[in-house]
Ligand binder design. Structure first.
Ligand code: K1U
Ligand code: ZN
Length: 167
C-alpha cells in the first residue's frame, strides 16, 4: 500500500473529467487500496481518484464511526436523486474550509464493485452527501464551485496565504 499526494484547490487538474474504467483488474484494485490508505490517513470520509491525480472513475468512502465499512464505487452513475438536505462539507483538497452545500436527500448509485460486478445502492443522509461530493470530483467539480463567487475568491485568498506561511 502507499500514501498518495492529494491535489490542492485551485489546482487545474481537479477540473479534469475522469474516464470510465474499462476493466476492473489488479491495477484498479491496487489504486483502490492506496486511495483507502490515503483517505484513512488524511483523515477523511471519502476520496475520488481525481484528487490523487488519477483521472479514472474510482471513489472510496467510509462514513462509519469505527472506520471499518469501506465502500468502493467504480464507474458510479447517479439516478433518482430526490429531496434536499443542506449540510457543512469539507474537502481534503480544500484543507481548513467548511461551508454549507445543498444536496439531494436520497440517491441511487449504480456502479461496479471490485470484481467488476454491477451493483446499486439507494441511500440517504451523510453517505448520500458524500457520494454526491465524490461524484462531483470525477466530473471536475469541487464543493466550493457550489458557493458564491465572493466566497470562492475569499477561499482562494485564504489558501494562498496558508501556502505562503507553510512554504
Ligand atoms: O472528497 C474529499 O475531499 C473527502 C471529504 C468528503 C466529504 C466530507 C464532508 C461532506 C461531504 C464529503 C472529507 O472527508 S473532508 C474531512 C471530513 O469530513 C472528516 C474528517 C475526519 C473525520 C470526519 C470527517
Ligand atoms: Zn472533496
Amino acid at each position: 500500500m502507499a500514501l498518495l499526494p492529494i491535489l490542492r484547490f485551485p489546482d487545474p487538474r481537479l477540473k479534469k473529467i475522469a474516464a470510465p474504467v474499462a476493466k476492473v483488474d489488479d491495477s484498479i484494485r491496487k489504486l483502490v487500496s492506496d486511495m483507502a490508505e490515503t483517505m484513512y490517513e488524511a483523515p477523511g470520509i471519502g476520496l475520488a481518484a481525481t484528487q490523487v491525480n488519477v483521472h479514472k472513475q474510482v471513489v472510496v468512502i467510509d462514513t462509519s464511526e469505527d472506520k471499518n465499512d469501506l465502500r468502493v464505487f467504480i464507474n458510479p452513475r447517479l439516478e433518482n436523486c430526490t429531496g434536499s438536505q443542506t449540510g457543512e462539507e469539507g474537502c481534503l483538497s480544500v484543507p481548513g474550509i467548511y461551508d454549507k452545500v445543498e444536496r439531494a436527500e436520497q440517491v441511487t448509485v449504480h456502479y461496479l464493485d471490485l470484481e467488476g460486478k454491477p451493483r446499486s445502492l439507494t441511500t440517504d443522509g451523510l453517505l448520500a452527501v458524500c457520494i454526491q461530493h465524490e461524484l462531483d470530483h470525477l466530473n471536475g467539480t469541487v464543493f466550493v464551485d457550489h458557493l458564491s463567487q465572493l466566497k470562492q475568491t475569499r477561499i482562494k485568498a485564504k489558501l494562498a496565504k496558508q501556502a505562503r506561511v507553510t512554504a
